[in-house]
Write a protein that binds this ligand. Structure first.
Ligand SMILES: *Cc1c(COP(=O)(O)O)cnc(C)c1O
Length: 416
């Protein structure tokens, strides 16, 4: 079995290891929750200082032009695009994932309605295990449209192909499942959607910055995702939406605010959508938060997704192997697929006292999180997680389980 010494040796051979210095992680913490809130880039403090003191404080309203605030959603979208397999001019960073999903789903349904061959379709396909906000947004939109749209939810990814049939208007799928870490084959499912006349809308919340993506190559139709998870944009940082050039002319979304207008400062009483990706915008953005997204993107620009994926799989393979070897006599169940092609950048294990065990881990500096039912979730972020971190985290988990040093009556915090 691999030793801690072996892990240290892998760290000294790891070309990504130096990037850890560009993150500020508190001493004594092994952070395995970058899938929920990415760690803070060191540069974020200086950038926040610059935006607040110089751009806002000194330059005041002139900064919409002089500091490029007005173009920020598009400029940062262009910087994110290569990580998604998107082109410049196809991505904006704006609003939240929930809101962007609403816009994208509404636009997709409208595109189908305007296509005579598909206008009668009323089914939106998704998975029951999808992140709830995605399902809630679809439910809310369907109810408001009041055109008889229904959500068809499958319980197993293997059922998707059958569920996406000639009644399906849009398949609204999350590429990497937040709970299990299961990764779909985006190209295969998008192709299946098209063969059935459906559109493929992808949520990349747990994919962007975590796994290589090729939205255009995969033939996806629309996509949204978070910047505060693997992209390290900061708590509540604005999300992204991707509309490929081929769909931009037909993309109409209901939150038709002035930032999506063809000429926002014409102050025309009638809405006319901007030509390109700007039509996905709605209104004024939280500039301080938005500006910090760039600090995470600056770090990604120093490497590439192939290198990140290579290390991600090595880290998750190592974690699975060590947990199974060292905690073998405990009732842990691997939820995440062993097959690389089906795995995102996290590993989930069930344990009957998952919440209590996770609380004990956090108390000892190993920060993961807990999701119902009974799932302990560990995210691996190759930019700042080392092989020795994995070894140490498993050692602490083993000790907690062997000693049963967790409190099964632990009170639940509001955020688990
Ligand atoms: C994290 C996550 C979200 C979060 O949406 P917000 O609007 O940022 O709260 C949405 N969908 C999925 C699939 C997620 O994993």
């Amino acid at each position: 079995m691999i030793s801690r010494q072996d892990c240290l040796a892998r760290d000294s051979d790891d070309a990504l290891a130096p990037l850890r210095q560009q993150f500020d992680l508190p001493p004594g913490v092994i952070y395995l929750d970058g899938n929920s809130l990415g760690a803070r880039p060191v540069a974020a403090v200086a950038r926040a200082q610059q935006v607040i003191a110089a751009e806002w404080g000194h330059d005041l309203i002139r900064s919409w032009n002089s500091a490029g605030w007005f173009d920020l959603p598009r400029r940062l979208g262009d910087r994110l695009a290569p990580l998604l397999g998107a082109h410049a001019g196809e991505v904006v960073i704006t609003d939240t994932t929930s809101v962007n999903l609403f816009k994208a789903l509404a636009a997709a349904l409208q595109m189908q309605t305007e296509d005579a061959a598909h206008a009668g379709r009323r089914v939106i396909v998704s998975e029951r295990s999808n992140f709830p906000t995605d399902l809630y947004m679809a439910q809310g939109l369907a109810a408001w449209l009041d055109r008889g749209y229904q959500l068809r939810l499958v319980d197993d990814p293997a059922e998707l192909a059958q569920a996406i049939d000639a009644d399906c208007a849009v398949a609204m799928l999350t590429h990497v499942n937040y709970r299990s870490g299961y990764q779909h084959d985006m190209a295969a499912l998008s192709a299946h959607c098209h063969a059935q006349g459906a559109l493929a809308l992808w949520d990349l919340a747990h994919s962007a910055g975590a796994v290589p993506l090729d939205l255009n190559g995969a033939g996806a139709d629309l996509a949204v995702g978070c910047t505060y998870k693997y992209l390290n944009g900061g708590p509540g940082a604005p999300a992204f939406i991707w509309v490929p050039e081929r769909h931009q002319g037909r993309f109409r979304q209901p939150l038709s605010g002035w930032w999506g207008h063809a000429a926002p400062f014409a102050m025309d009483p009638a809405f006319a959508p901007a030509k390109g990706i700007a039509r996905a915008l709605c209104g004024t953005q939280p500039i301080v938060s938005l500006a910090l997204v760039e600090c995470g993107l600056d770090i990604f620009a120093q490497t590439n997704m192939a290198a990140i994926r290579h290390k991600s799989l090595a880290l998750t393979d190592l974690f699975i192997a060590l947990v199974e070897a060292r905690c073998a006599n405990h009732p842990l169940g691997l939820v995440t697929p062993r097959e690389h092609a089906q795995r995102g950048s996290q590993v989930s294990f069930t344990h009957p006292h998952g919440y209590a065990v996770m609380q004990a881990l956090i108390a000892r500096g190993v920060i993961g999180d807990y999701r119902e039912p009974a799932i302990m979730r560990f995210g691996f972020t190759p930019l700042y997680t080392s092989f020795a971190d994995v070894w140490d985290a498993v050692e602490i988990l083993r000790d907690i389980l062997d000693q049963q040093s967790y409190d099964i009556d632990a009170r639940r915090d509001a955020v688990t």
